[in-house]
Structure formats: C-alpha cells, structure tokens
Design a protein around this ligand. Structure first.
Ligand code: SF4
Ligand code: SF4
Length: 666
C-alpha cells in the first residue's frame, strides 16, 4: 500500500463519518415530529420515483430550466462510474474500469458525453441566475451564494474528471486502447508532455476526490441537500388522492392534537419536506395568493419549517433548556409564518402539482390553521359566523337544515327522499350550495331533471344532509368537521344505495376520499362523469336541433382536476352539447388557476392585493367567450361575481355544464 492510499483511506473514513453523523443528526430532528405511515404501497412509490425522480417528469414541465436540471441529474447518474473508479483507485491504485474489457468503452464514452452536457448545463444555470434572473429564483431570503458554490463544485468535479481521463493513458499505458473511447477528453491529451502528464494526473485525481468529499459534506448544510433527499422525498410522497392527514379525534383524550404551532407538532414528513426543498420557487410562481399580492409564498412556508427545525430541533434533541427567546419564536408567529400567510391559502394544490420533489405544502398549512383555530381561537372575524352556522345549521349558510329541500320548488316531479325510499341506486348528494345558494339551486334542479329523464333510481337525503365538512377542515376547525362527517356517515348507514352522485368537487374530495378514515367508504361520482355516462348509454339524448352554438371556455375546478384528476370528462360533455368552439385558457387543466374560493376562502374577505377571482375572470374574458363553464358551486360564485364586477354580465354567462346538458337534451 502506498502513502497515497493511506492518505486517501484516512480522508475517506473521516468524510464518510462526518456525512453519516449529519444524516443521523437530521434523522434525530425528524423523529421529534408526529408519526405518519409513508411506507405502504412500495410498488406505487417506486413507480413514482421512476417517473418524477429518475424521469424528471415534473422538472421538465418548465422546458428550459428542466432540460438543464435533467442533464445535471442524469449526468451525475451516468458519471457515478467515474466517481466509483476514482474511489476504488484510492484503495488500490492499479484499478481501472478498463478491466471490464470492451464494455468499459461504453462507460468511458458516456462519461465524456454526459460530462460535457453537465458542463453546458452548469454554464446555462449560471447564465440564467445572473443574466436572465427569472422571477421565481428571487425572493424569500434565498441567495445566489449557495447555488453558485454548488455549481462551482459540480464544474470542478467535471473538469477534474476530464483531466483524469485525458492523462490516465500515461499512468496506465496498458489500457490505452480502451481509453481511446474518451473521444472528447483525448482531444486535450496532446496538451500534456510525457514528463508532466503523471504529475497532472495526480493533481486532477486528488482534485476530483477532494471536491467530491467536500461536496458530500457541504450538502447537509446547504439547500442542495435535496441532492440526497429528493428521491426519498418523492418515494415518501402521498400515493393516490391528496387527502389531508387525518386522525380521528378522540374527544375524551387529553392528548388530542390541536394543531401545529411549532415544529414538534408537525409530522416527521412535513419536517422532511423542508430538507428536500431546492428553493426553485416553482410553487410560489403558480400560487394564486402570491400572484395576486397576498403575503403567502409556499416556498417560504417550507423554508421556514426548515429554518425553525434547525433552530429548535437541536435543543430538543439535546434535552437541554430551551432559551425563552427561542421558545417564543414559534413557527407560527411573526418570526416565521404569520397568520396572514396561512389564511391566504386557497388549498388549490398548484404548489404541490408543480413541486419537482413532491413536497406537500397544504398539509402543514392546514395543520397550522388548526393550531390557530383550535388552540389559539385566532381567526378572521367573519369565520365566527360561518363556524356558528355550521354548528347550528349544518351548513355555512344561515339557513336552517329544515330548508334543505327548498331548491326543489318549481320542479315538475317531486324529488325522492331517502327516508321514504330506503333503498335506491344513486344517492344524489345535493350539498350546501346546491341546497341554499340561489344561483346554484338551478344546477341542482337541472341535475334532478336529468336524473328523472334518464329514469335513474335515486334519492336525496333532504333535511338529513349536513355540510360535508370540507370548509371546516380546510379552515382548521377539525373538531367541527369531524362532528359533521361522523353525523353524515351515521345518516348514510341507514340507507341502501350503490353510489353517491355529487355536483360539488369539494363534496367529491371529502366524501369520496376523506370519509374512509371515518368508516364511510363510498363510490362517489361527480356529475361531469355521471352525466357523460348517461349520454353514452343513450339515457340522456342530446337533440341536434337544441344543441348550443356558443364559444365556451371551461374553468377547471382545483378539487375536480388537481385533487381528483378529472380533466377530460367535463370537456367531453361540453363538446357533446355544443356546436360552437371550446377555447382553452392558458392556465388550464393541471395548470389551471384557482377561482380563489377553496380552502374556506369562499367565506373570507379578500382585503389584500388583487382579487383572485378577478385575475381568473380576466383570463377567461380575454378569450371573448359567450359562456364560461364551471363544474363547482364555489367557482360559479367567484366567476359570476368576477364577470359582474368587470361589467360583462350582459354578454358573458357563467354556467354549469349540467345546465348546458339540460338545455340541449330531448
Ligand atoms: S395550495 Fe394554492 S394557494 Fe395554497 S400555497 Fe399552494 S398554490 Fe398557494
Ligand atoms: S417547495 Fe418544491 S417547488 Fe417550492 S421551492 Fe421547494 S422544491 Fe421548489
């Protein structure tokens, strides 16, 4: 063993020990959080890692920056062969991948190709950061220094690799025929004389090793720790519908979870997200609250969680006294995340959709809202009335539960009620808006009329129905939400039915995906899917002479689209009933902009910045449509208000497609 090997082994052991220490340190912080199972469905998780992680599918949604990042990522994967070769040589200098024979030439050529691509990508990254300066890379206290240091280290790894590859034939002349595969590195080989090449080889080799070991140990202190955490974070992300983390509240227990005011009340995964964030700003760049001037940046929420974890977790782990000033700087306080930031969120999920490492921003936001409502009783004044209505009337509206069938007034046929029918195929869940909102009652009447036309054996719960609990949950009033959810589940247990039909995507999400945790496992369909099926089965017949002939644009509801992946069915329905053009807004489908009403924002005043519904309505109106079609009662309210406020209500109508189907059917 040579001196070089001994020095290498000492450095290697020291670097790996430090790296392992840092991993264990961060792990000890995470175990302070609430427990959560993120290890089930391994097969689906691996598929997600292959698509989002290895395939870089979300990164590539922003093509220019995406390709740059993907080259660096894929380049690093391919270049592992070069790193491994250098590390094995640290233990045994005579090692070379050339021992693999002609296969090694594939590795050598790919090292040159991907090494060059990584260098180009790093140069482009520097150009973007300093010349283009995209808006999403600015703000939230992020600096260029960390990114530039990392880019320099990556550049150093690449250049030293090329240096080693250009000179190694002088050190291992017996492998020279295989090294010809370094078709780019070999271009600089003539720059070295036979006498200087070995010295340069050693400089490049040591440079390569030292930069990699430095890189590895700098990562845990850098935002680029995502290089280590992003694939695990994608693996650990939610599989299936984006539900809120739910624990059934035991109202008798003293340890009931009242919300997250500080890091130890977050789940370990919510803390882990902080360590996976790349600070790329994709989440903030699509956030409707941020875009309209509200004090909310989803990136900052995640960065604040990480900052606060770094501040408080070491003290908690060491079980020492936590200084009063550290204790008082809670996560939810003016030092980190303010009430105003939390209340600005519409829970639209655009941030989660865009995040390239599958960070889940909405869960911690709602956990922190729970803290504000349930622990601190701190919430906007207008919510007092809304919570009161939900408690007393089972709905956010100020109408008594006994009025739940008022929407049926004017219908030709009586609407069947579950209590009288007991057994039926379809339970039509009308929802609070469908029952009480004057405009949306017409949608309920349209759906009921279509169900009659199609001879569907259905019933409604009528005065037994209560709010599904979505608004209360997203507003942080989990006690109230669970009370209503449990009552609804008990009510539905009394009847025999096949599936539930809903018109409201918030009912679809909550009853379909979140009632399971409370013993209510139902098949729930939105009316866009259900009416489409009835048309296909010829149970609803579209009359060619009654077909609409309008220019229509469709506004995607966040809870139908991003939450439940329903994008095509509403568009298909519109095409079925309309002879005119269906025009798409620039922000549509999974990039659709929220109307501003989700997450309980429907019930809150919007005092700061531009109104989200005006931003969205302007986008729709820029297409000069005759009709803006919606699939959600909240969207309908927000866009109807928007059209009125902009003064276009005379010539642009906001309609649910149930109304369009009814207008054009026989
Ligand atoms: S859910 Fe929507 S409103 Fe809330 S932080 Fe994410 S993008 Fe912004
Ligand atoms: S949360 Fe995701 S999208 Fe937002 S800055 Fe971090 S990595 Fe980027």
């Amino acid at each position: 063993m040579h001196l070089q090997n001994i020095v290498f082994i000492v450095l290697f052991l020291a670097a790996f020990s430090l790296f392992t220490y840092n991993l264990l340190r961060i792990r000890s912080y995470l175990v302070l959080g609430r427990g959560e199972n993120r290890f089930s469905q391994a097969g689906n998780r691996i598929l997600k890692v292959l698509g989002v992680g290895i395939g870089q599918s979300k990164i590539l949604r922003d093509p220019a920056a995406g390709i740059m990042h993907a080259f660096i990522f894929w380049g690093f994967m391919v270049l592992i062969t070069a790193v491994l070769e250098a590390f094995i040589q640290g233990f045994y200098s005579g090692f070379s991948l050339a021992m693999l024979g002609s296969i090694s030439m594939v590795f050598f050529a790919s090292q040159d190709i991907f090494g060059s691509l990584v260098i180009l990508a790093v140069l482009y990254a520097l150009y973007r950061r300093f010349i283009v300066k995209p808006k999403r890379l600015q703000g939230d206290g992020g600096t260029n220094a960390d990114a530039v240091f990392i880019l320099m280290l990556i550049m150093g790894v690449m250049l030293t690799m090329f240096g080693v590859n250009a000179t190694k034939s002088f050190v291992h002349p017996e492998n020279a025929s295989y090294y010809k595969a370094h078709f780019i590195a070999s271009q600089i080989t003539p720059l070295f004389s036979t006498t200087s090449a070995v010295t340069f080889y050693n400089i490049f080799w040591w440079g390569h090793i030292l930069i990699i070991l430095t890189f590895m140990n700098y990562l845990p202190y850098s935002k680029h720790f995502h290089i280590v955490t992003s694939l695990p974070n994608v693996y650990l992300a939610k599989i299936g519908p984006q539900t809120l983390d739910t624990e059934e509240i035991n109202f008798e227990s003293e340890n009931v979870f009242l919300g997250a005011g500080d890091i130890e009340q977050l789940t370990w995964k919510e803390m882990f997200d902080g360590y996976a964030c790349t600070e790329c700003g994709r989440c903030t760049s699509v956030c409707p609250a941020n875009l309209t001037g509200k004090p909310l940046s989803p990136r900052k929420i995640i960065m604040d969680i990480r900052e606060r974890t770094s501040e408080k977790a070491p003290l908690l782990v060491n079980r020492g006294e936590i200084p009063a000033d550290v204790e008082s700087r809670k996560l939810v306080s003016e030092h980190y995340i303010t009430d105003e930031e939390l209340w600005a969120c519409t829970s639209c999920m655009a941030c989660v959709q865009e995040c390239p490492v599958n960070i889940e921003h909405v869960n911690p936001i709602v956990d922190m809202r729970r803290f504000l409502v349930q622990s601190e009783s701190r919430f906007p004044d207008e919510l007092m009335t809304v919570f009161g209505n939900m408690e007393n009337n089972g709905a956010p509206w100020a109408y008594p539960q006994s009025d739940r069938l008022r929407w049926t007034v004017g219908l030709d046929a009586a609407v069947p009620v579950a209590a009288e029918k007991q057994e039926f195929d379809v339970l039509y869940w009308v929802g609070c808006a469908g029952s009480f909102d004057a405009r949306y009652q017409n949608v309920s009447r349209s759906v009921a009329t279509l169900l009659d036309k199609a001879k569907v054996n259905y019933a409604v719960l009528g005065t037994e129905e209560k709010c599904n609990g979505d608004s209360a949950r997203r507003l942080g009033n989990e006690f109230l939400a669970q009370m209503m959810i449990k009552e609804n589940v008990e009510t539905m247990k009394k009847y025999k039915f096949g599936k539930i039909l809903v018109s409201c995507p918030h009912c679809l999400q909550t009853i379909g995906n979140e009632y399971k945790a409370f013993g209510g496992d139902y098949e729930v369909m939105h009316h866009s899917e259900f009416l489409g099926e009835l048309i296909q089965q010829n149970r609803i017949v579209i009359d060619d002479t009654k077909k609409i002939d309008k220019k229509i644009t469709y506004h995607d509801s966040c809870y139908l689209g991003r939450y439940n992946d329903i994008y095509e069915e509403p568009r298909k329905l519109i095409e079925d009933v309309n002879k005119g053009e269906l025009v798409e807004m620039k922000r549509s489908k999974d990039r659709g902009l929220c109307c501003g009403a989700g997450g309980g924002r429907m019930w809150m005043e919007e005092k700061v910045g531009k109104k989200v519904n005006i931003e969205r309505t302007e986008e729709a109106l820029s297409l000069e449509p005759d009709v803006i079609s919606t699939a959600c009662p909240f969207c309908m309210t927000m866009l109807t208000d928007g059209v009125k406020e902009i003064g276009r209500a005379e010539n642009v109508k906001v309609k649910d497609f149930a109304e369009l189907v009814l207008e054009s059917s026989r």
